[in-house]
Design a protein. Structure first.
Length: 309
Protein backbone atom coordinates (compact mmCIF):
# COMPACT_ATOMS: atom_id res chain seq x y z
CA UNK A 1 0.00 0.00 0.00
CA UNK A 2 1.12 3.55 -0.70
CA UNK A 3 2.13 5.96 2.05
CA UNK A 4 -0.61 8.44 1.08
CA UNK A 5 -3.23 5.75 1.75
CA UNK A 6 -1.82 4.56 5.08
CA UNK A 7 -0.91 7.96 6.58
CA UNK A 8 -4.47 9.29 7.22
CA UNK A 9 -5.44 6.10 9.07
CA UNK A 10 -2.22 6.22 11.08
CA UNK A 11 -2.89 9.84 12.09
CA UNK A 12 -6.44 8.94 13.08
CA UNK A 13 -5.23 6.03 15.19
CA UNK A 14 -2.61 8.11 16.98
CA UNK A 15 -5.11 10.87 17.75
CA UNK A 16 -7.64 8.35 19.04
CA UNK A 17 -5.10 6.74 21.33
CA UNK A 18 -4.00 10.16 22.60
CA UNK A 19 -7.57 11.25 23.40
CA UNK A 20 -8.25 7.93 25.15
CA UNK A 21 -5.07 8.36 27.22
CA UNK A 22 -6.11 11.86 28.28
CA UNK A 23 -9.57 10.64 29.28
CA UNK A 24 -8.09 7.78 31.27
CA UNK A 25 -5.68 10.13 33.03
CA UNK A 26 -8.35 12.57 34.14
CA UNK A 27 -10.96 9.96 35.12
CA UNK A 28 -9.19 9.11 38.32
CA UNK A 29 -11.61 9.61 41.20
CA UNK A 30 -10.53 11.27 44.42
CA UNK A 31 -11.12 9.48 47.68
CA UNK A 32 -13.71 10.69 50.19
CA UNK A 33 -11.13 12.34 52.46
CA UNK A 34 -9.84 14.51 49.60
CA UNK A 35 -13.39 15.47 48.64
CA UNK A 36 -14.25 16.48 52.21
CA UNK A 37 -11.10 18.60 52.48
CA UNK A 38 -12.06 20.31 49.21
CA UNK A 39 -15.56 20.97 50.57
CA UNK A 40 -14.09 22.54 53.71
CA UNK A 41 -11.87 24.81 51.64
CA UNK A 42 -14.76 25.78 49.31
CA UNK A 43 -18.19 25.38 50.98
CA UNK A 44 -20.02 26.28 47.77
CA UNK A 45 -18.17 23.69 45.75
CA UNK A 46 -20.68 20.93 46.51
CA UNK A 47 -23.55 22.87 44.94
CA UNK A 48 -21.49 23.69 41.86
CA UNK A 49 -20.45 20.07 41.61
CA UNK A 50 -24.07 18.92 41.66
CA UNK A 51 -24.99 21.43 38.98
CA UNK A 52 -22.04 20.58 36.79
CA UNK A 53 -23.07 16.94 36.64
CA UNK A 54 -20.99 14.05 35.39
CA UNK A 55 -19.68 12.95 32.03
CA UNK A 56 -17.61 15.07 29.70
CA UNK A 57 -18.48 18.31 31.53
CA UNK A 58 -16.99 17.02 34.77
CA UNK A 59 -14.03 15.60 32.88
CA UNK A 60 -13.37 18.90 31.16
CA UNK A 61 -13.61 20.76 34.47
CA UNK A 62 -10.91 18.50 35.89
CA UNK A 63 -8.74 18.94 32.82
CA UNK A 64 -9.15 22.74 32.71
CA UNK A 65 -6.18 23.62 34.98
CA UNK A 66 -3.78 21.54 32.89
CA UNK A 67 -5.16 22.77 29.57
CA UNK A 68 -5.18 26.45 30.51
CA UNK A 69 -1.69 26.48 32.00
CA UNK A 70 -0.03 27.17 28.64
CA UNK A 71 -2.17 30.25 27.97
CA UNK A 72 -2.30 31.76 31.46
CA UNK A 73 -1.55 35.53 31.45
CA UNK A 74 1.90 36.29 32.81
CA UNK A 75 1.21 39.73 34.27
CA UNK A 76 -1.49 40.90 36.65
CA UNK A 77 -2.66 43.51 34.13
CA UNK A 78 -3.38 40.83 31.53
CA UNK A 79 -5.21 38.73 34.11
CA UNK A 80 -7.39 41.69 35.07
CA UNK A 81 -8.16 42.45 31.42
CA UNK A 82 -9.25 38.85 30.85
CA UNK A 83 -11.47 38.90 33.95
CA UNK A 84 -13.07 42.17 32.82
CA UNK A 85 -13.82 40.78 29.35
CA UNK A 86 -15.38 37.68 30.85
CA UNK A 87 -17.36 39.76 33.35
CA UNK A 88 -18.68 41.93 30.51
CA UNK A 89 -20.04 38.74 28.93
CA UNK A 90 -21.67 37.69 32.23
CA UNK A 91 -19.12 35.24 33.61
CA UNK A 92 -18.14 36.33 37.12
CA UNK A 93 -17.11 32.95 38.53
CA UNK A 94 -13.69 32.50 40.06
CA UNK A 95 -12.65 29.85 37.52
CA UNK A 96 -14.12 31.62 34.47
CA UNK A 97 -10.73 32.66 33.08
CA UNK A 98 -9.33 29.17 33.56
CA UNK A 99 -12.28 27.55 31.81
CA UNK A 100 -12.12 30.04 28.93
CA UNK A 101 -8.44 29.37 28.29
CA UNK A 102 -9.05 25.63 28.52
CA UNK A 103 -11.83 25.94 25.92
CA UNK A 104 -9.42 27.75 23.59
CA UNK A 105 -6.84 25.00 23.91
CA UNK A 106 -9.47 22.31 23.39
CA UNK A 107 -10.80 24.10 20.31
CA UNK A 108 -7.24 24.31 18.99
CA UNK A 109 -6.90 20.53 19.28
CA UNK A 110 -10.32 19.92 17.72
CA UNK A 111 -9.50 22.23 14.83
CA UNK A 112 -6.15 20.53 14.25
CA UNK A 113 -7.81 17.09 14.25
CA UNK A 114 -10.63 18.19 11.93
CA UNK A 115 -8.31 20.06 9.58
CA UNK A 116 -5.80 17.23 9.64
CA UNK A 117 -8.44 14.64 8.78
CA UNK A 118 -9.83 16.73 5.92
CA UNK A 119 -6.42 17.79 4.63
CA UNK A 120 -4.92 14.32 4.65
CA UNK A 121 -7.95 12.73 3.01
CA UNK A 122 -8.29 15.46 0.39
CA UNK A 123 -4.67 16.38 -0.38
CA UNK A 124 -2.53 13.81 1.40
CA UNK A 125 0.81 14.68 3.07
CA UNK A 126 1.35 17.76 0.89
CA UNK A 127 1.70 21.47 1.53
CA UNK A 128 -2.05 22.00 1.04
CA UNK A 129 -2.79 19.30 3.62
CA UNK A 130 -0.56 20.90 6.24
CA UNK A 131 -1.94 24.34 5.36
CA UNK A 132 -5.49 23.10 5.99
CA UNK A 133 -4.40 21.91 9.46
CA UNK A 134 -2.99 25.35 10.30
CA UNK A 135 -6.07 27.18 9.00
CA UNK A 136 -8.56 24.97 10.86
CA UNK A 137 -6.55 25.12 14.10
CA UNK A 138 -6.22 28.92 13.91
CA UNK A 139 -9.92 29.47 13.19
CA UNK A 140 -11.04 27.19 16.01
CA UNK A 141 -8.52 28.78 18.39
CA UNK A 142 -9.90 32.31 17.86
CA UNK A 143 -13.54 31.21 17.67
CA UNK A 144 -14.07 31.48 21.48
CA UNK A 145 -12.74 35.06 21.35
CA UNK A 146 -15.28 35.95 18.68
CA UNK A 147 -18.13 34.32 20.62
CA UNK A 148 -17.04 36.15 23.78
CA UNK A 149 -17.06 39.52 22.00
CA UNK A 150 -20.51 38.88 20.55
CA UNK A 151 -21.88 37.87 23.95
CA UNK A 152 -20.32 40.90 25.64
CA UNK A 153 -21.68 43.27 22.99
CA UNK A 154 -25.18 41.81 23.26
CA UNK A 155 -25.12 42.01 27.04
CA UNK A 156 -23.91 45.63 27.01
CA UNK A 157 -26.72 46.55 24.63
CA UNK A 158 -29.32 44.96 26.90
CA UNK A 159 -27.93 46.72 29.96
CA UNK A 160 -27.90 50.05 28.11
CA UNK A 161 -31.52 49.69 27.00
CA UNK A 162 -32.73 48.68 30.46
CA UNK A 163 -30.87 51.43 32.33
CA UNK A 164 -33.40 54.28 31.77
CA UNK A 165 -36.27 52.24 33.23
CA UNK A 166 -34.15 51.26 36.20
CA UNK A 167 -33.13 54.87 36.78
CA UNK A 168 -36.72 56.12 36.62
CA UNK A 169 -37.87 53.59 39.20
CA UNK A 170 -34.83 54.29 41.38
CA UNK A 171 -35.66 58.02 41.36
CA UNK A 172 -39.22 57.22 42.43
CA UNK A 173 -38.02 54.93 45.22
CA UNK A 174 -35.45 57.41 46.56
CA UNK A 175 -37.86 60.35 46.44
CA UNK A 176 -40.47 58.23 48.22
CA UNK A 177 -38.13 57.91 51.22
CA UNK A 178 -36.30 54.64 50.57
CA UNK A 179 -32.55 54.44 50.96
CA UNK A 180 -30.27 53.60 48.05
CA UNK A 181 -29.80 49.98 49.16
CA UNK A 182 -33.53 49.45 49.71
CA UNK A 183 -34.26 51.10 46.37
CA UNK A 184 -31.89 48.76 44.55
CA UNK A 185 -33.53 45.75 46.19
CA UNK A 186 -36.97 47.05 45.21
CA UNK A 187 -35.88 47.54 41.62
CA UNK A 188 -34.48 44.01 41.35
CA UNK A 189 -37.80 42.66 42.61
CA UNK A 190 -40.01 44.73 40.31
CA UNK A 191 -38.05 44.64 37.04
CA UNK A 192 -36.64 41.12 37.11
CA UNK A 193 -39.01 39.81 34.44
CA UNK A 194 -38.13 42.53 31.91
CA UNK A 195 -34.53 43.46 32.78
CA UNK A 196 -33.02 40.33 34.25
CA UNK A 197 -29.37 41.05 33.45
CA UNK A 198 -29.21 44.42 35.19
CA UNK A 199 -31.29 43.13 38.10
CA UNK A 200 -28.82 40.29 38.60
CA UNK A 201 -26.00 42.83 38.76
CA UNK A 202 -27.94 44.87 41.33
CA UNK A 203 -28.56 41.73 43.39
CA UNK A 204 -24.82 41.08 43.40
CA UNK A 205 -24.21 44.65 44.55
CA UNK A 206 -26.73 44.27 47.38
CA UNK A 207 -25.15 41.03 48.50
CA UNK A 208 -21.67 42.59 48.54
CA UNK A 209 -22.91 45.58 50.54
CA UNK A 210 -24.63 43.30 53.05
CA UNK A 211 -21.39 41.35 53.45
CA UNK A 212 -19.58 44.52 54.49
CA UNK A 213 -17.93 45.89 51.37
CA UNK A 214 -17.66 49.64 50.99
CA UNK A 215 -20.43 51.02 48.81
CA UNK A 216 -18.15 53.06 46.56
CA UNK A 217 -16.08 49.97 45.77
CA UNK A 218 -19.24 48.01 44.99
CA UNK A 219 -20.53 50.72 42.66
CA UNK A 220 -17.14 51.00 40.96
CA UNK A 221 -17.09 47.23 40.36
CA UNK A 222 -20.63 47.44 38.97
CA UNK A 223 -19.47 49.82 36.26
CA UNK A 224 -16.46 47.65 35.44
CA UNK A 225 -18.49 44.41 35.27
CA UNK A 226 -21.15 45.78 32.94
CA UNK A 227 -18.71 47.62 30.69
CA UNK A 228 -21.36 50.25 29.82
CA UNK A 229 -20.22 53.86 29.94
CA UNK A 230 -23.56 55.09 31.27
CA UNK A 231 -23.42 52.66 34.18
CA UNK A 232 -19.89 53.84 34.94
CA UNK A 233 -21.13 57.45 34.88
CA UNK A 234 -24.03 56.53 37.18
CA UNK A 235 -21.66 54.81 39.61
CA UNK A 236 -19.35 57.85 39.59
CA UNK A 237 -22.30 60.18 40.31
CA UNK A 238 -23.50 58.05 43.21
CA UNK A 239 -19.99 57.84 44.65
CA UNK A 240 -19.56 61.61 44.46
CA UNK A 241 -23.00 62.23 45.96
CA UNK A 242 -22.17 59.95 48.88
CA UNK A 243 -18.73 61.47 49.37
CA UNK A 244 -19.83 65.13 49.35
CA UNK A 245 -23.20 64.57 51.03
CA UNK A 246 -25.31 65.96 48.19
CA UNK A 247 -28.82 64.81 47.32
CA UNK A 248 -28.81 61.37 45.71
CA UNK A 249 -32.34 61.89 44.36
CA UNK A 250 -31.32 65.05 42.50
CA UNK A 251 -28.25 63.37 41.05
CA UNK A 252 -30.33 60.39 39.90
CA UNK A 253 -32.94 62.66 38.31
CA UNK A 254 -30.28 64.54 36.33
CA UNK A 255 -28.73 61.27 35.18
CA UNK A 256 -32.17 59.88 34.26
CA UNK A 257 -32.99 62.95 32.15
CA UNK A 258 -29.65 62.77 30.34
CA UNK A 259 -30.13 59.05 29.66
CA UNK A 260 -33.61 59.69 28.26
CA UNK A 261 -32.26 62.40 25.94
CA UNK A 262 -29.43 60.14 24.80
CA UNK A 263 -31.84 57.29 24.13
CA UNK A 264 -34.08 59.58 22.04
CA UNK A 265 -31.09 60.87 20.08
CA UNK A 266 -29.98 57.32 19.29
CA UNK A 267 -33.50 56.49 18.06
CA UNK A 268 -33.48 59.59 15.83
CA UNK A 269 -30.05 58.65 14.50
CA UNK A 270 -31.24 55.17 13.55
CA UNK A 271 -34.34 56.63 11.91
CA UNK A 272 -32.18 58.97 9.79
CA UNK A 273 -29.99 56.04 8.70
CA UNK A 274 -32.98 53.97 7.59
CA UNK A 275 -33.42 55.74 4.25
CA UNK A 276 -29.81 55.12 3.23
CA UNK A 277 -29.82 51.52 4.48
CA UNK A 278 -33.00 50.69 2.52
CA UNK A 279 -31.48 51.92 -0.74
CA UNK A 280 -29.42 48.79 -1.40
CA UNK A 281 -32.25 46.24 -0.74
CA UNK A 282 -34.55 48.28 -2.98
CA UNK A 283 -32.02 48.35 -5.83
CA UNK A 284 -31.23 44.65 -5.52
CA UNK A 285 -34.67 43.14 -4.81
CA UNK A 286 -37.54 45.60 -5.36
CA UNK A 287 -36.58 47.57 -8.48
CA UNK A 288 -35.94 44.46 -10.65
CA UNK A 289 -39.45 43.17 -9.86
CA UNK A 290 -41.03 46.55 -10.62
CA UNK A 291 -39.02 46.76 -13.83
CA UNK A 292 -40.28 43.34 -14.96
CA UNK A 293 -43.90 44.21 -14.13
CA UNK A 294 -43.80 47.57 -15.95
CA UNK A 295 -41.63 46.74 -18.95
CA UNK A 296 -42.58 43.07 -19.35
CA UNK A 297 -45.95 43.52 -21.15
CA UNK A 298 -44.52 46.11 -23.53
CA UNK A 299 -41.56 43.86 -24.30
CA UNK A 300 -43.89 40.93 -25.00
CA UNK A 301 -46.00 43.07 -27.38
CA UNK A 302 -42.90 44.32 -29.17
CA UNK A 303 -41.62 40.75 -29.59
CA UNK A 304 -45.01 39.60 -30.87
CA UNK A 305 -45.15 42.52 -33.35
CA UNK A 306 -41.65 41.69 -34.56
CA UNK A 307 -42.55 38.02 -35.12
CA UNK A 308 -45.77 38.98 -36.93
CA UNK A 309 -43.94 41.45 -39.16
Amino acid sequence: MELATILPWAVFGVCTVGVWALISAFQKEDNRATERLAELRDPGGRDRKKKSGAGMGKLFEKAAPALSKALEPKSELEQNELRVRLANAGYNQANAAQMFLAIKVAMLGIGALAGGGFGMLAYGPTQKGYFSIAIAAGVCFYLPELVLRIMASSRKQKVFLSLPDVLDLLVVCVEAGLGLDAGLRRISEELRDTHRILCDELDLCNMQIQMGRVRRDVLHDLGIRTGVDDVKALAAILIQAERFGSSIAQALRVQSDSMRVKRRQLAEEKAQKTAVQMLFPMVLFIFPGIFVVLVGPAAIKMMAAGVAG
